[in-house]
Design a protein around this ligand. Structure first.
Ligand code: ADP
Length: 503
């Protein structure tokens, strides 16, 4: 490994909005950034703004963003000192972290042994148990004997959630509501886990009814300083994946925040964690919290913590990897105001949040006081199904929750993406719901309340924006339209979101 404090140039082994986000921190720290990119990303903002960029040959992610030998050879060739893995891809891959160290470079993240221990949900549960943190009732070992597992399930009580030990991204979970279907669902979960994670091991947890997903941000250095930066409420989810997050949670009182924060710090201390990390919990109706897992990397939703706590988590992640110690104390960390993040994904909310693909034809993100747009796209970006559908993250900060909701609503109304369907209409709808406004929602918010409808009032706003842009487009390209009442002459409009069709 390079000596601490010697990071001058960093390769970012990622793409999209997070590659750009990390690059900003790298450059603000006076360091140089190296991008690696697949050919379909060659015009992406994270490539254009990098100090140096190298092509990853090939089409599949195995050949490109997951290609460890190629990424390492670029790292050596470009003379970087460190590699930042972002989130997803290689970010929680212990072999990659080891290979980076073996190449004499710094991996910006926790040590490989920590990645291994926390990468498996079962060993993480075992670790949390040792740190005296309540875990969701269930097994801490993968299932080896189905009859024994069935007996444990019966003693915990159905419904039971069968989960992949190596799971992630909300994949590989099955709910068994009775002993009769248990065995069959274990088999199905296991074969799905094998396919998705190359690891067939599954375990069981009590399936909590209507919990909230609340997670704690931690920051730890190698001098034994471990701090927490409060919580993020991430209960607005589809397919067990987050869509809207807020900081702080509408229901956490200072005492519970402190208890959950201390539990998160304890688990970090238990494995001598370093860097940024997130300890995820489920909170039940009686406000009991249960450990879920640790994400050993920067999270998608980190900006809301940054806005409320006034910290740049990515810069600190880099500084800690370079050997810096944290100069502030837990007592000095104070939240100010309220922040909300809406994930702008290329998905069709009216059609089961299925991915939407196409070209970004026009793009006018929101601006204004208290607004942050962490985006990876530009006009011309081709949205394909090869990658995560996240296009951008819109973050709104204001002095309190009510004002933050109003600000986010305004910013979502102003946000314009044409060419693919997005989650914007869904986010607008959510922000107006009494359950959201009242802060009384849980992880089943979508199933309980969301009934997609073409006559959703938010469509009107989008239509107005769409028409304005269509007119502008016409004035820029008058030849595209010969008769304003005629059918669209340009076929790409047909794929545009509601309100984008020129009629
Ligand atoms: P992944 O790593 O695949 O994202 P998690 O364990 O983090 O899986 O869980 C993702 C989501 O699944 C949670 O935020 C929650 O909505 C739901 N979930 C997970 N475990 C339980 C449980 N025991 N009971 C009810 N819901 C759960």
């Amino acid at each position: 490994m390079k000596p601490a404090g010697k990071i001058r140039k960093i390769l970012i082994a990622n793409r999209g909005e997070i590659a750009l986000r990390i690059q900003r921190a790298v450059r603000e720290l006076g360091m140089q950034s190296v991008a690696v990119f697949a050919s379909n990303d060659r015009l992406a903002p994270f490539v254009i703004h990098s100090d140096e960029a190298y092509l990853l040959d090939g089409v599949s992610t195995a050949d490109t963003y997951l290609n460890i030998p190629r990424i390492l050879s670029i790292a050596v060739e470009s003379g970087v000192d460190a590699i930042h893995p972002g989130y997803g891809f290689l970010s929680e891959n212990a072999e990659f972290a080891e290979a980076v160290a073996a190449a004499g470079l710094t991996f910006i993240g926790p040590r490989p042994d920590v990645l291994r221990q926390l990468g498996s949900k079962t060993s993480a549960r075992e670790l949390a148990g040792r740190a005296n943190i309540p875990i969701v009732p269930g097994t801490v070992e993968p299932i080896t004997d189905i009859q024994a597992a069935k007996a444990i399930a019966a003693s915990i009580g159905f419904p039971i959630l069968i989960k992949a030990s190596g799971g992630g991204g909300g994949k590989g979970m099955r709910v068994a509501s009775s002993p009769e279907e248990f065995e069959n669902l274990v088999e199905r979960a296991s074969s799905e886990a094998l396919k998705s994670f190359a690891d067939a091991r599954v375990y069981i947890e009590k399936f909590l009814i209507d919990p909230r997903h609340i997670e704690i941000q931690i920051l730890a250095d190698s001098a034994d300083n471990v701090l927490h930066f409060g919580e993020r409420e991430c209960s607005i989810q589809r397919r067990h994946q987050k869509l809207i997050e807020e900081c702080p949670s509408a229901i956490l009182e200072p005492q519970l925040r402190q208890q959950m924060g201390e539990a998160a710090v304890r688990i970090a201390r238990q494995c001598s964690y370093t860097g940024v990390g997130t300890v995820e919990f489920l909170l039940d109706k009686e406000l009991n919290f249960y450990f879920l897992e640790v994400n050993t990397r920067i999270q998608v939703e980190h900006p809301i913590t940054e806005m409320v706590y006034g910290i740049d988590l990515v810069k600190w992640q880099i500084e800690i990897s370079g050997g810096k110690t944290i100069p502030f104390t837990q007592d000095s960390i104070k939240p100010v105001g309220h922040a909300i993040e809406c994930r702008i994904c290329a998905e069709d909310p009216e059609n089961g949040f299925l991915p939407s693909t196409g070209d970004v034809l026009s793009y006018v993100p929101s601006e204004g006081p208290g607004i942050r747009n962490d985006s990876g796209i530009t006009v011309g970006t081709k949205v394909t199904s090869s990658y995560d559908p996240l296009l951008a993250k819109l973050i709104a900060w204001d002095v309190d929750r009510t004002s933050a909701i109003a600000r986010m609503t305004r910013a979502l109304e102003d946000y314009h993406v044409a060419g693919v369907k997005t989650t914007i209409p869904f986010c607008l709808w959510t922000l107006a719901q009494p359950a959201f406004v009242g802060g009384s929602y849980d992880i089943n918010f979508i199933q309980k309340f969301y009934k997609p409808s073409k006559s959703d009032p938010t469509d009107r706003t989008l239509s107005a924006a769409g028409i304005a842009l269509a007119l502008l487009e016409d004035s820029l390209h008058p030849s595209a339209v010969t008769d304003s009442n005629a059918a669209p002459t340009s076929s790409h409009w047909k794929n545009g979101p509601e309100g984008w069709r020129r009629r």
